[in-house]
Design a binder for this molecule. Structure first.
Ligand code: ADP
Length: 579
């Protein structure tokens, strides 16, 4: 037998709407009982038409009109209620998946493709909504219709109906077979389309690089290769679908031919009248619709299974970093930070940080220097608990960061990243990022400290100017000052700066530097330093190499030591010192 369908996973999401669905189902019942009545009416009509009884025909016509009216109302009730329930199920699911995604650890996103995730949250969930809708508002009514109409047919002539019943299961088997095949292709083509969309996201977001390397042809080639694969698997799926319709249609036609032969025989035997055969034929015609619907629904359900897999796969991932059950809120920190015997591995047995031990005093500014890949970013990421340490403890004001809630921890640490990303939204929203209430005076105050107020007010709509993908373009220095304002607004006890490697123009540079000088006061600051000026200003410098702090001290001390820093300084900073 088939393994348990993944659709059971949807039950908890559907249950809250069982009342709406039940009401819709009542409408369906009303709708369904009219099928045999209509079939019977057609027979009666034929009778009175052949008898030329105009009055009776008029009465029957009136009854039919009334039936269609009631039926229409019931159908509307069924459709609209079901659509509402299904769309809400999709909304709930979307909310849950997105909320869950936000909780997942950084490592999950490093291992997944953004395009693929966004495809799942849009297309896959839409498809699941459609499946739920189709199931209750198409599949269930069709099955009911099939049962009721069959019942009527048995009532009129069981012998003929038996013959029809032999064709039906045969069709069922064939439909099942094609459904399986279709599922295979559908899985493949869905993966293809999400490959395609990740490829697109990647290619378009790096378009600058693509152009710079004149790699357009290469990009098109990559893209077309995926697109071809996608076309191939989708075309196969379409072929299977087309074949399925042909086969089912042929079986239907055979059924009808046999039916006529058998009916002629039954009439000659006196078991059937011509009039009831007309009612009977009408009923048979009423079977075609639900069978077609059930067939196509079945295909949709099979495709939907792939979507359900992909959605519940996300939901089944456990966040690696999460609050302990008894996590406390980190009280307002003074900013004393202690790393004790830290060992950290992204991948098992590949330590990226080793033997990290230090105490940063409250208000101290620590510069991290070292070649790329030395472990500087990893070191500060651990402080925010973007990852859990593999071994050792990190304490803030004596409290282990693993014992506090992530929210309370991260609220007290702000970061000014290297790439100053702006989100689609207004400048005010970007500064208040992460807060739902917009406290405009506080935002302005933060922007003033960040040297951003002036240029913001010069923009056409001031703080309400749109930035981000579809908004105005801001210079690197302006972006950075917005990022600084964002950090200031949080008034964090601990600040992390990842200095931009690319140089700003000297005016911007001075404004940014001044802003940074202001916000680094009275906080503990970790700065991943690329500039000599920053390094000199730091209270202490940690020189990192291969995941270890190999030297620490002030600039003067380290130069005097004439060790690695002195060498590094000579290589990295001498140019800056001259300029
Ligand atoms: P730095 O900031 O000094 O350039 P990083 O902390 O970014 O150094 O990286 C330290 C080492 O960890 C590098 O070898 C890098 O390749 C590796 N690394 C960084 N991030 C990840 C990750 N998410 N997964 C696996 N390895 C990583």
């Amino acid at each position: 037998m088939q393994k348990k369908s993944h659709y059971w996973l949807l039950v908890p999401y559907i249950r809250p709407y069982s009342r709406t669905i039940f009401t819709a189902f009542l409408c369906t019942l009303v709708f369904t009982v009219f099928w045999p009545i209509l079939a019977w009416l057609v027979g009666q009509m034929a009778k009175y038409i052949s008898a030329g009884d105009v009055r009776a025909i008029a009465v029957l016509a009136g009854v039919a009109a009334a039936i269609f009216l009631v039926r229409g109302a019931a159908q509307y009730g069924q459709d609209s209620l079901m659509a509402k329930a299904a769309l809400t199920v999709a909304l709930d699911l979307r909310k849950q998946v997105y909320t869950h995604l936000q909780k997942l650890s950084l490592s999950y996103f490093e291992a997944s493709k953004t395009g693929d995730l966004s495809y799942r949250l849009t297309e896959d969930i839409d498809r699941i909504g459609e499946v739920v809708n189709k199931f209750f508002h198409d599949f269930v009514p069709s099955v009911l219709q099939l049962v009721v109409v069959f019942g009527f047919m048995f009532y009129v002539n069981w012998y003929l109906t038996l013959a029809v019943s032999i064709v039906a299961p045969l069709m069922g088997v064939l439909i099942g077979f094609f459904g399986e095949q279709l599922l295979k292709f559908s899985r493949r083509s869905q993966n293809r389309i999400s490959n395609l969309s990740s490829l697109l996201t990647e290619g378009l977001s790096a378009i600058r690089l693509v152009k710079a390397f004149a790699a357009e042809d290469y990009q098109v080639e990559l893209f077309m290769e995926e697109a071809h694969q996608h076309r191939r698997s989708q075309f196969l799926a379409e072929k299977v679908k087309a074949l399925q319709f042909v086969v089912v249609g042929f079986l239907e036609a055979m059924g009808v031919i046999v039916l006529f032969l058998l009916a002629g025989w039954q009439i000659s035997e006196g078991n059937l009248t011509g009039i009831s055969f007309i009612s009977y034929l009408t009923a048979v015609a009423m079977l075609i619709d639900p069978i077609t619907h059930i067939t196509s629904d079945y295909n949709l359900f099979k495709q939907g299974e792939a979507s359900i897999d992909r959605i519940f796969e996300i939901l089944s991932v456990q966040p690696l970093v999460e609050d302990k059950v008894d996590a406390i809120a980190l009280p307002k920190v003074t900013g004393k930070v202690e790393y004790q015997n830290i060992l950290f591995e992204y991948l098992p047995n590949k330590p990226v940080l080793k033997n990290i031990n230090f105490i940063a005093k409250s208000g101290e500014m620590i510069a991290l220097v070292g070649t790329s890949g030395a472990g500087k970013s990893t070191l500060v990421n651990l402080l925010m608990r973007l990852y859990n340490t593999t071994e050792g403890k990190i304490l803030i004001d004596g409290i282990n960061v693993e014992d506090v809630t992530l929210k309370s921890l991260r609220e007290q640490i702000a970061i000014v990243p290297q790439d100053n990303i702006l989100f689609s939204g207004t400048i005010a929203q970007n500064i208040a990022f992460g807060k739902t209430d917009l406290d405009l005076p506080a935002i302005e105050a933060a922007a003033k400290i960040a040297n951003a107020h002036q240029f913001i007010t010069e923009l056409s709509q001031g703080y309400h100017t749109y930035v981000g993908e579809r908004g105005v373009n801001l210079s690197g220095g302006q972006r950075q000052r917005i990022a600084i304002a964002r950090a200031i607004l949080r008034n964090p006890g601990i600040l992390i700066l990842d200095e931009a490697t690319s140089a700003l123009d000297s005016e911007s540079e001075a404004l940014v530097q001044e802003a940074l000088d202001r916000i680094t006061q009275e906080r503990t600051v970790f700065v991943i330093a690329h500039r000599l000026a920053t390094v000199r200003r730091a209270d202490r410098i940690f020189v990192m190499e291969k995941g270890q702090i190999i030297e620490s001290g002030t600039h003067e001390e380290l130069i005097a030591e004439n060790g690695r820093y002195a060498k590094f300084h000579a290589q990295q900073f001498s140019m800056q010192a001259q300029s």
